[in-house]
Design a protein around this ligand. Sequence first.
Ligand SMILES: [Zn+2]
Length: 176
Amino acid sequence: MTISKNISEYIENTKVNKKFIKWNKSTVYLYITEITTATNLKEYYYNEVRKGITTWNKVLSENNIPIKFEQTETAKSADIIIHWVKVGRVFEGMCKYLSIINNEIKKVSIEIGLENEYSGKNTTNESIFFTIMHELGHSLGLGHGVDIDDVMYVPHKKNISKPSENDIYVLKEIYK
Ligand SMILES: [Zn+2]
């Protein structure tokens, strides 16, 4: 993998009002709310979220990007709260910036879709993993990618296992 020749488009997708948005702290605390729907797969889903956190942390540290995620046990102490929602027809996940002050991200809400009778989509371990990878990318300040191998490409590809060179390149630009 090399950097896309369309990387400037990825950078443009990432900027908000011509500037990057980012955390101004080295540890971002994340709280995973409980799944309240009747599914016997809860533990698998929580696990996929933890796997997403671990995968991002590994990439961030390997690339000397000075930020990491850490799970916290209370919503109160969290910067990012992960909610489980009954997915609509169109999305599997959503990242909402609840507070951005002077281009600093202060509070984020991530929604992960679970199936319902109308969605026409089944939740799988893979869909949870790719959704959390993508939404955590947004939570770090990334916009949408340009290559199918980018975690931030939409619609997400289902067999990526880690962020692409493009994803890493843009993150380094944000956090340099
Ligand atoms: Zn997205």
